[in-house]
Ligand binder design. Sequence first.
Ligand code: NAD
Length: 247
Amino acid sequence: MRLQGKTAIITGGAGGIGGAITRVFVRQGANVLFVDVDEERGAALERELGDATRFLNIDISESGAAETIRDAAVDAFGSVDILVNNAHASRQALLVDHTAEMFELSFNTGFYPTVHLMQACYEQLKASSGSVINFASGSGLEGMPTQTSYAAAKEAIRGMSRVAANEWAPDGIRVNIICPFAATEGVLAWQKAFPERAAESVAKVPLQRIGDPEIDIAPVVVFLASEDSKYMTGQTVMADGGIIKLR
Ligand SMILES: NC(=O)c1ccc[n+]([C@@H]2O[C@H](COP(=O)([O-])OP(=O)(O)OC[C@H]3O[C@@H](n4cnc5c(N)ncnc54)[C@H](O)[C@@H]3O)[C@@H](O)[C@H]2O)c1
């Protein structure tokens, strides 16, 4: 087991990719404090996975949420070794139609909670020589149409993560970024709203399929969280079937 005895915080850990990470982390021996706005789904997953999990029904965009989440993890399991900033909500519209509310939603659920949780967990991560995994997106790297506020927040997360990787390396904390591509409800809704664009995206995947959250994405997060990646920090890892090849 790659994460035996480690404590992880996972945002958006009840559904989609986050739900897969919660399951796979528990299978790898971790204790998981997972956070989600979806109360029903979170409670069901907590019942299913048992003592190794605690579910916190909280909106990460609320003021003070980061400290509440950190304290809940420490109270339940005694430390924070791994922080997975996965949750992110956004709306799509062409740049000319983008509103202040759209930018607020994307930055208040994506960028700021990622920063606030990293700040809140810094002492715990330092004590455990911990690992932070932040979620970005090929939409930001490629500038996908209709994704202005989402792409902006995702690229802000990548920039901030690289600074944190440099600042926190002497503390033994690693900070890496993953850009996934996987069939989740969020992606299915996007496929429904923009079928032509979605079909184009899948057609561009060299490995010729859309990823599975549990089989294709969660194991990469386990790798970034574990000692197996101990010589990696500040990296953007593409788990997208080969669409984007970073150099
Ligand atoms: N699925 C993909 O192909 C893909 C592609 C690129 C990037 N991403 C990124 O990967 C991550 C996971 O994506 P996903 O497709 O699983 O998303 P999703 O929308 O399917 O799931 C997100 C989860 O976060 C929760 N959540 C949303 N807002 C929240 C809030 N304010 N507070 C607490 N919980 C909240 C939701 O209830 C849900 O359980 C996101 O950061 C997303 O931007 C996904």
